[in-house]
Design a protein around this ligand. Structure first.
Ligand code: DAH
Length: 338
């Protein structure tokens, strides 16, 4: 029995796989196994009753020992087997491809504008989308009974705050906070109570710009606008100013871009050769005063780029409703090739 025990210990050391351990169990404890047949092959006739008893006890001990040790080896080989099968990598299997996201066309247009303006020394600032009536209207020279409010009806919250109707709301915020001189753009989301159709949305983007310094004139405004637009469209552009009314600028203009498709001759896209693009003007003295700036010392210009409109022109998008559709297939079309 001692020999069998030693032999078993040796065999257990060299059995590594589950199959080998199972074979050991059969060899030792199976119906025809070494331990099972030990009693059968022993001639008890020569044993005294005490010797028989001792033999029985020893045999039981050996059986228990073998059962325990082999049982433990089975467990071990199983968990090893599981681990190694988990670690197995099939290098020839096709990968689980990751889907790359893509930037929204408005985001791409915004990032491009931010880059260009930063190159000209403008800061990029972001104001709140939930705004007070004061910054959105009053500070911009639009009192409660002013007809200009009709064109910018919006969503009113229960606490009397509103969803901003234009990024111009950042003008007085910025003047109050940074004073003059200042040069900044404010890209962001705006909201209006609009009936949605191919060219109107209740949620859209603008990029406001503001420059206040000493001796700022319309010439500075035109120069900055021309430079920016040439960069955006990647070619020299022609612009013209027409008078336009906005309560927070004086004088106020509509800046038109000479049509890039027909070169100004007139075509179905532009009509008369010009595309109405950016409302702008010289900052109204009242607005400067609201910002704590002395209009006798400083002057400035402001402009409001329709970011959504610009993105639609740049990427040839004909229906504004695609932009907020959340359809990834729409976005992906505009992703630059990697
Ligand atoms: N905030 C105006 C709008 O949303 C656009 C605008 C007009 C902005 C003239 C300006 C400006 O800065 O000078 O309709």
């Amino acid at each position: 029995m001692q020999d069998i025990k030693q032999q078993l210990i040796g065999d257990l050391k060299s059995a590594t796989t589950a199959e080998q351990v199972e074979q050991l169990r059969v060899n030792y404890l199976g119906r025809k196994g070494i331990i099972t047949t030990l009693a059968k092959n022993t001639d008890f006739s020569k044993f005294s009753p005490e010797e028989k008893k001792e033999f029985g006890q020893k045999l039981n001990e050996l059986k228990n020992f073998a059962t325990e040790q082999i049982g433990a080896a089975v467990e071990q080989s199983r968990s090893l087997g599981e681990k190694s099968s988990k670690r197995e990598i099939d290098l020839t299997a096709p990968g689980a491809g990751h889907r790359l996201g893509s930037l929204h066309p408005i985001t791409m247009t915004q990032m491009e504008l931010e880059d260009i303006f930063q190159g000209m020394g403008f800061s990029v600032l972001y104001g709140p989308e939930v705004e007070s009536e004061y910054f959105c209207f009053e500070a911009l020279n639009i009192p409660p009974d002013h007809p200009a409010r009709d064109m910018q009806d919006t969503f009113w919250l229960k606490n009397h705050l509103i969803l901003r109707t234009h990024t111009s709301a950042n003008q007085v915020r910025t003047l109050k906070r940074f004073g003059a001189p200042v040069r900044a753009i404010f890209p962001g989301r705006c909201f209006r109570y609009e009936a949605v159709d191919p060219s109107h949305e209740n949620t859209f983007y603008q990029c406001e710009g503001l420059m206040v310094d000493k001796n700022i004139s319309v010439a500075n405004l035109i120069a900055v606008m021309k430079t920016i637009l040439s960069e955006v469209f990647r070619k020299e552009v022609k612009v013209r100013l027409r008078p336009g009314f906005f309560p927070f600028v004086e004088p106020g203009f509509e800046l038109d871009l000479q049509c890039l498709l027909c070169g100004g001759k007139g075509c179905p896209t532009c009509g008369d050769g010009w595309i109405e693009l950016i409302p702008c003007g010289l900052v109204h003295p009242e607005v400067l005063r609201h910002g704590g700036i002395d209009p006798h010392e400083y002057s400035g210009f402001a402009f409001g780029i329709g970011l959504t409109r610009l993105a639609m022109m740049k990427y040839g998008i004909h229906d504004i409703r695609h932009l907020n559709s959340g359809d990834l297939r729409f976005n992906e079309q505009f992703a630059p090739m990697l």
